[in-house]
Design a binder for this molecule. Sequence first.
Ligand code: PMV
Length: 354
Amino acid sequence: MNSFVFDVPVEGHYHTQWEAPSNIALIKYWGKYRQQLPQNPSISFTLSKCVTSTEIIFSPREDGVKAFEFLFDQKKQPEFHPKIQKFLKRITHYFPALQNHHLSISSQNSFPHSSGIASSASAMAALALCIVDFEKQFNSDLTEEAFLQKASFLARLGSGSAARSIDGPLMVWGQSEAFSQSTDYYAIAPSVDLHPIFRDYQDTVLIVDKGQKRVSSTLGHGLMKGHPFATQRFEQAHTHLNQIKTALILGDVERFIELTEAEALSLHAMMMTSNPHFVLMQPNTLAILQKVEDFRTQTQLPLSFTLDAGANVHLLYPLQDRIPIIDFILKELTKYCQQGQYIEDQVGNGAKKI
Ligand code: PMV
């Protein structure tokens, strides 16, 4: 991946600002090898309202000046520093100019930081986009496609799923037969004709637990090394990816529901059967899953769930069925949320320069 290495001259200040979305995986990435490469391919919907907005001023660095300063919500928040430092160190190989520039970074999220919604995907993607934007003014070979690929490549080095927080409405990350351009190194927006029903699909996130993640991503992915079901799980993800591609093109919501729910439960099954094991669903998570299933049976409305590595529930449904579904969510499900908190989002089209 040396084609991604680029240096720039040390001159002047450069200011840039990008807004990057969060994403929700339909086929889950769980397990990695080497430097943040996925053991299986994944596909996600890009979201539209849950975003991180990041502004960076690049200035030539004088000797002895530290590499970056960081404000989150206009405040100094040193707890974020180690992650940013690690990220910048990792990507310096691909962008040596980071060694002689000072980065003044300021970020904010559109969603509450302590809502239990992982912000690392949108945060790392926004940082990566600002950095590639800086490179772009010196690198005339950087076409729009190459720009997005490099941003995804760098974002991946910060957090695997961040590779998918660049473009939209669908993002595929990880080499698979189903998508000919797919690669482990960066995510692509596949050129499939997404059925209209999915173009504005809804994602209402029920915040069951606002706490910090109980399993760090690094530990979680590490649990797949030597996991008794690893091979089957990776094969399953490939099969599901092929199948969901067809469902997404045909607008086959029934098949989409089967596959996304199976994926969420497989992800949690992997965590429950690893050593050590983790049960991340909580009683309220299970109560929600049960109610969703009952509601679907009774009303025949296509409401389904997916889960990340935590207790919160993402509820997926078509915009055309929003009125009865949101009514059900408010009356029957928000009581299982911490302080009744939930976030309404929907499929979006990718990052934007501000
Ligand atoms: O990006 P990471 O390393 O935090 O891993 C995220 C993994 C899942 O959210 C559980 C699944 C996915 O594909 O997003």
